[in-house]
Each structure stands twice: as C-alpha cells, then as structure tokens.
Design a protein around this ligand. Structure first.
Ligand code: ANZ
Ligand code: ZN
Length: 824
C-alpha cells in the first residue's frame, strides 16, 4: 500500500510552510541560550552551483540541528554587493551594477529557497543599500576621528587592467587577485587604515581563537609577521647622512661586506646626482620599481647595480660598497639591508653573482667554514669568529651583546617589526560607498558630519574607470559642495571605500538590521555576538577575517561593542571538485542545483552534498552518487508508507525490554546505536557524511525487522528516523513527522537521545564445561574475545565450586560457542 515519493509536492509544501510560519525568524530572548550561526555572505554573482552548496547546505544543516538542540538560533543572510565583481560584470554585460545586483539577488534567493536553505530573511542586508552604507561611512568616520584613517601618497599596487589600486592582500604572486594581470607600483594619493597600530593585539588575541582551524591562525600569524631585531645606523661616505637597516641577525654585523637599498629608496637620486653612474643607476631603479607586490622580489633572480658610494659599518669602521638590489623591499624594515653573504642566502647569491667578498663571522659549533668553498650561506646559530671582542661567544648571546653595544654608542637599537602594512582602503572606482570627506581651501580635510550621512552614490550612466581617477570626479553635482565647517565652497573626496570594509561589520548589522539612528543596537550586539559558528572559505584567511577582527577591536576600544573578537568558532569547508578541477563558472565545470532539484529533489541534493565526504576536505562530485542518495530517500519513503498506518496509530514503545520479540529488540538496538552515532558525528565536527552512512545502515535493519515489529516499536523508529534526517533532508523528515500525527514542526522537537540500555549489544549465553561436563553458563557480548570468556567462566559461581582446590591445566575457549576448563 505504498505511495510514490512525490518529492516535488512534499518540498514545495514544506518550503511554503516554513516561510508562512517564520521558522527561521528569531528575536532576542535572554531566557534562552543563543547561537549565532553565520555563512559568509556571497557576492551576488548571479547563479549558485552545487559547489556553493558545500557551504550553505552545511550551514543550514547545522542551524537546523542546533534549533533541535533548543538554541535560539540566528541565521541571517545578505549580499556583499559593492565592489569590483559587480562592477566588472556590469561593465562586461553593459548594465548598471545596481540592476545587475538586484537581478542576481532575486535569482540566488530563489535558489536558496528551492534548496530548503532558509534564513531569517527579514534581516537581509545589501551592502550597496544607502541604509547600510551610511553606517559603513560612519565606521570610516570613527576611524578617522581616532587617527586610524589617513591619506598619504604612497607607492601602491596598481592593476593596469582593473585600473585600480590594490591592497597587498589582493596581490597574489605579483598578479591582481581578480583578473590575473601583473601588478605595477605607482605613487598615488590613497586612504589607509592604520591596522599596523593593532598588529600586536591582532597577534596576541589569536590565542583566544581556540575553535579556529590551526592553519588559518598560523596564516594570520605569518601575515602579521612579527620579528624582533635591531635597527643599525650606517654612516654614508659624506660623513653626515645616516642610512638605517633592520636586521634580525645583529650577531652577523662583523660580516657585512656590502649594503643593499630597495630600488624605491628615496635617497638614491641624491646619491648619484651628477655622478658618472647616475644614468645607469636611475634606469635600473625605473625598471625594477615597476615590479609590484610585496612578495614578488623574494624568489626572483637577484639583480643589482653599484651606486659608486660607500657606507661605514658602525662596529668596525669598515667601508662597504652601497648597492641597489631588487631583493631589498621598500615596504619592509627601513628599505635598507646590511648584507652578510656568509650567513644570508639572498646576500650569498647576490655576492657570488657580482663578485663581492664573503666573510665568515659565525662558525658551526664543531667545525670551521672556508668562504671560498661555501656553496650556500650558513644560516644556523654557532660561535662568533672574526667578530672583535665577541669572538668565541655563542651567536645567540652575541645578538644581545652587540645590540647593547650599539645602543650604548647610539648607533643602533632593539626594535620590533611587523610585516603587516597599513590597509589601503580607497578605490578609484564607481561601485562603492563614497568616502565621507570634504576638502576645503580654508579648513583642509573635513569629515562629513554624522547627521549628513549617507553621502549618496550618484546614479551614473558612465561608470567605467578612467585613468586612475574615480568616475565620481567627473560628476560636478557630486563633487561641488560646501564645507561643513565654514560654509565656503568645497569639493568632495571622489574615491570610494573598498568593499572589504562593508563585510567587516555586516555580522553586527544582522543583530539589529532595522536600526535607523545607529549601526546596531548595543543590547542586540551584547546578546547575539560573537558569531558562535562562522562557516566559509579558507581563501578569506588573511583578508576578510583579519580586517573584521581589526574593525571589531576598534569598535571595542571605542565602546560600541562588548566583545573583542567577532568569530568564536570558524569552520572552513573543502571545495567541490569536478573533472579534476575546483568547480567554477570560469572553468565551465559547474553543476546547477536547479537541475538536480528538478530530477531528484532538494533533499537528495542536500543529502549528497553532505554525504560527499568529510566537510573540511575537498571532494569530487559524481552524478552516480547523487542517484544513490536519491534511491536511499525513496526507499525510506517506501518503507514508511508501507508502515505508515500502523506507526501513526500507536504511541512510541515504552514497555519493558523483555516484552520485545527478537526482531523488535534488534530494531530498537540498531535505532539507539544509530542515534548515538549520528549525534556524535554531527556535534563533533559536522561529519554529516558518517551520520548519513549510519542512517543508511539503519535502513537495512528497519527493512528486515519492520514486518515482525508491533506498531509502537515502528512508531518510535520512524519518529526518530524523521528527527535524525531532519537537519539534512528536512522536507521528507517534516512530511513523515506530520504523517505520524505530530502537530508541530520537526524542528520544534528535540533531537533524539539514545537509550543506553536499548543500544547495548545483546548478550549471548555460552556454556562452560569442567573436564567436559556442563557446569554453568555465562553471558557475554557477541564477539567477546577469548580472555574475556576465560575470565567470566572462572568467576561463574557453580564453575568456581567445581574447580576449587584443583589445578587448572588448560582452558579452551571458542568465542560465542563454548568454554572448557581442564583441571586435575
Ligand atoms: C642581516 C642578516 C644577516 C639578515 C643574516 C639575515 C641573516 P625577517 O626575519 O623576515 O623579519 N631585511 C631587512 N629589511 C629588508 C628589506 N627591506 N628587504 C629585504 N630584506 C630585508 O627578515 C629580516 C631580515 O631580512 C633582516 O635580517 C635582513 O637581513 C632582511 F645572516 O640582516 B638580515
Ligand atoms: Zn572650510
């Protein structure tokens, strides 16, 4: 009497019902424990593929599981709508970014809905909405007031294709992260956030993030890049000018044989002015300035040019030649490097190439080094040699001693350096929030008063980037304004804010998105924050996640938020692979969730996405396995509809265990063992994959025992099966749950707990013989090992009597069958 698995009707029914009943709509409720579960919000790029589902389906399953555990769960969603992706696509398809964004949002929302991925949509955020970016501008002003935002001319990474300056974090191996074009360095007036002031705090508080993947924490640590070292003053051969360098190896100071300057070092033109080498040096500088990106220079072929000038080593008065070298970076330390070829590999390669001397000042603890025979630098610690008064001292000790000597003589000092640079926040692009600053002839830089926010982005027809200036610069209505301080005519800043700032605080806005007069309600922030579970891609390890931590700390210091860190636990899901490559639109290997839903339903799509493998690892998508998951759901449906009438007619089993028949006992044992596994797999590390495998095994037991089981036992089994399936395949779960006669949503019901007794393995009776004659019986678990049988047999009271006072010669134990004790 089984009915067909009509997934289309079932899924539509429940999606409408969840919407109507506001299943995901939550309010602050101090009497309940809250749980804030957040998926990184997407760029509204248009269409979701099943690779995206790895993130959102996982998030939805976690949310539903947590609801069933009784938490007050906040699960919001929104759109990271400003920025290059929207603008570049809009240019490509020749439609306005606002329209492009709106169309895409509509489609993606539909796709979320049809996958049963639900949110509290009342809280939806669009970062390009003036009601939102008003507060992004407000945050800019807060940083400005705190001296954390400043404008400066600086060499910036410039992408000639995007016609846009990029943050260091957006440059990958010297190329633009967005479009892959080689990045150049250009001097431009730019806005920066002084994130460097928070370097130490951002580093220290990594210790609070015990529920983050270790990998991400260490990436942030490296990105901040703290190093302790010494700043050393070298005197130029004019006898006046000091050129500084930063070193982490002051112990090698006696081994300096030349000095390298970064090509962008501002002193270079003065060094060679009027000299014979001027043209050669300046043309080298021109050529090498162009190669952008902090990291780029490290692995490139070492190249340099001699300036014709010398500097003096402060410890021994030696004159060493001053070079310009491509491996010296202007953005790190002082832009100058004291070069020690014997103990630094980059210096070594450079010295060998240009025939510069190699002088050993550290030897290995039990051997000597001959500079002419060295094939690479000796970078390890050791013992000082050729180091004047420090000879014989262990090099680790000499670091401190030499620094102290320099400090005494005023020629150097201990310093801490960070690799982290200030955060470049301005963009010469249209599609972003205007920077709320006005320039007045009389008053200079004036922040827009808070009550005048938002500074609206004008609607433009022509928004393509021009040569390095924002398209807003050519809109007189926007540019011309009056000075908020003195009322005189003034001009607006025309750069826009990088979209990274929009996503640095959206999680705060979600707590109270309806606030009109403030970015968020402090009470709501206090209740909902921090985000308990953040889920997203590892590619955001140092961009979004570091920036968000910074902004949170600034707001914390200003008293606007009550937590120093935004994200308590972080989960980074693995990617979906198809045909050997990461699934992506640009590679043309995407699978549409729409197609899978059409053929098999959303529950199948969800189940397979969760079943595909451990969620933190990459996994390969195969269409056959989708069908396997579908078959499983169909079988569940079929056996349920065969048993529906019986199960719905009874109360769940609650009688004593000895009244169960063998089939019933087997079914209940399997059920409660499955509950234990499913609970542990999900709660531990979101291992829905093994939880689903357990449910599949349970199905087989259910199938084998259903016909011999009474209605009450079936009732218990199907109810718990529905509850367990609910986070993963919510539609079919609700349908089964309702048909069992439950009036409320399955998500208003607690996730089941297992009964230890029912889950326990059934004991088997094994006869025990003494000298071949039956003397007793023991009860052991199936498969219990020999030693356990022997131990139990010897303790059995009647057996013990028969062997008392005798000598046990030998015990033969056959698991599950027999124990024979031979005595004399
Ligand atoms: C001399 C020396 C001798 C160095 C030696 C190392 C080994 P970390 O540890 O990553 O902070 N350095 C300093 N400023 C630089 C710049 N602007 N561009 C390129 N390299 C620069 O690196 C610190 C080391 O990087 C410094 O220590 C310096 O080389 C180099 F046997 O100074 B060292
Ligand atoms: Zn003014």
């Amino acid at each position: 009497m089984s009915s067909k698995y009509d997934f289309k009707a079932i899924e539509k029914k429940w999606q409408d019902r969840w919407l109507r009943d506001g299943l995901f709509e939550v309010e602050m409720d101090p009497s309940r424990e809250k749980l804030y579960c957040l998926n990184m919000f997407p760029y509204p790029s248009g269409v979701l593929h099943v690779g995206h589902g790895r993130n959102y389906i996982l998030g939805d399953a976690v949310v539903r599981f947590k609801m069933m555990q009784g938490y007050n769960v906040l699960a919001p969603m929104g759109w990271d709508a400003f920025g290059l992706p929207a603008e570049n696509a809009a240019i490509k398809f020749n439609i306005h970014p606002a329209k492009w964004v709106a169309d895409n949002i509509a489609n993606m929302k539909r796709q979320f809905f049809s996958q049963g991925i639900f949110f509290d949509w009342r809280r939806e955020i669009n970062t390009s909405d003036p009601d939102y970016y008003k507060w992004t501008q407000w945050i800019f002003l807060k940083l400005y007031e705190s001296g954390l935002a400043y404008k400066a001319a600086a060499p910036v990474n410039w992408c000639p294709s995007c016609k846009c300056a990029l943050a260091n974090e957006e440059v990958k191996e010297g190329k633009c992260e967005r479009c892959g074009t080689s990045v150049e360095l250009r001097d431009l007036d730019q806005w920066f956030f002084r994130i460097t002031r928070y370097a130490q705090r951002l580093l220290d508080d990594l210790d609070l993030l015990t529920e983050w993947p270790e990998k991400i924490v260490s990436m942030q640590r490296n990105w901040i890049g703290r190093s302790e070292g010494t700043e050393v003053d070298f005197l130029l051969d004019d006898g006046e000018t000091v050129i500084k360098c930063f070193t982490t190896r002051p112990d090698t100071l006696y081994g300096v044989t030349f000095f390298s300057l970064a090509p962008e070092h501002p002193i270079i033109p003065d060094l060679v002015r009027g000299a014979e080498r001027e043209r050669e040096v300046l043309s080298f500088v021109e050529r090498h300035k162009r190669v952008g990106g902090l990291k780029n220079a490290a692995d490139a072929e070492k190249e340099g040019v001699f300036t014709g000038r010398y500097v003096v080593n402060p410890v021994n008065g030696e004159r060493v030649p001053l070079w310009v070298a491509n491996y010296a970076l202007m953005q790190y330390g002082t832009g100058g490097v004291m070069a020690v070829p014997a103990h630094d590999q980059r210096d070594f390669l450079f010295a060998r190439k240009y025939g510069l001397p190699v002088k050993v000042v550290i030897r290995p603890p039990d051997s000597n080094l001959d500079p002419s025979e060295m094939e690479e630098a000796y970078e390890e610690p050791g013992v000082q040699v050729n180091s004047g008064p420090f000879d014989g001292m262990p090099s680790e000790e000499a670091k401190k001693a030499i620094t102290e000597m320099l400090e005494k003589r005023g020629k150097g000092r201990a310093v801490v350096r960070y690799r982290l640079r200030d955060w470049l926040i301005s963009r010469q692009r249209y599609w972003g929030a205007p920077i709320p600053i006005v320039f007045c002839e009389r008053c200079g830089e004036v922040p827009v008063p808070e009550e005048d926010l938002p500074v609206r982005l004008p609607e433009l027809e022509e928004f393509k980037p021009a040569r390095g200036t924002s398209p807003l610069a050519s809109v007189p209505d926007f540019v011309e304004t009056v000075c908020p301080a003195c009322g005189a005519p003034a001009k607006r800043e025309t750069d826009t804010i990088a979209q990274w700032l929009c996503s640095c605080w959206y999680f705060l806005r979600f707590t109270s998105p309806f606030e009109k007069d403030r970015p968020f309600d402090p009470e709501a922030e206090k209740y909902w924050m921090p985000v308990d579970q953040y889920i997203g891609g590892a590619e955001h390890a140092v961009l979004h996640l570091l920036y968000s931590r910074f902004i949170m700390k600034v707001l914390y210091d200003l008293g606007y938020v009550s937590h120093p860190e935004p994200f308590k636990a972080l989960f980074t899901q693995g990617t979906i692979i198809k045909d050997g490559a990461k699934m992506s639109k640009s590679l043309g290997n995407v699978v549409s969730p729409d197609d899978i839903i059409e053929r098999f339903g959303a529950d199948t799509l969800r189940l397979y996405t969760l079943f595909i493998g451990p969620p933190e690892r990459a996994a390969e998508w195969t269409d056959e396995s989708v069908q396997g998951c579908h078959k499983f759901l169909r079988r569940v449906w079929e056996i349920f509809s065969a048993c529906e009438k019986a199960a719905a007619s009874a109360e769940p089993w609650s009688g004593p265990a000895d009244e169960l028949n063998p089939a019933e006992r087997k079914l209940r044992r399997s059920l409660h063992q499955t509950i234990r596994r499913v609970r542990e797999d999900i709660a531990g590390h979101f291992h829905f994959n093994t939880a689903i495998a357990a449910l599949m095994e349970f199905y087989h037991v259910l199938k084998a025992t259903a016909s011999e089981s009474r209605p009450s036992v079936l009732r218990e089994a199907f109810a718990d099966l529905a509850l367990m399936l609910a986070p993963m395949a919510p539609h079919i779960a609700e349908e089964i749950w309702e048909r069992l006669g439950n009036p409320d949503s399955v998500f208003r019901h607690p996730f089941p707990d297992w009964d230890e007794e029912a889950a326990a393995e059934e004991l088997i009776e094994v006869p025990v013989q003494v000298n071949g004659r039956l003397r007793g019986k023991i009860k052991v678990a199936p498969g219990a090992p020999r030693e356990e049988l022997e131990r139990a047999a010897l303790q059995q009271p009647n057996v013990a009597r028969w062997i008392e006072g005798k000598k046990v010669q030998r015990i033969v134990a056959i698991p599950e069958r027999l124990v024979n004790i031979v005595v004399r």
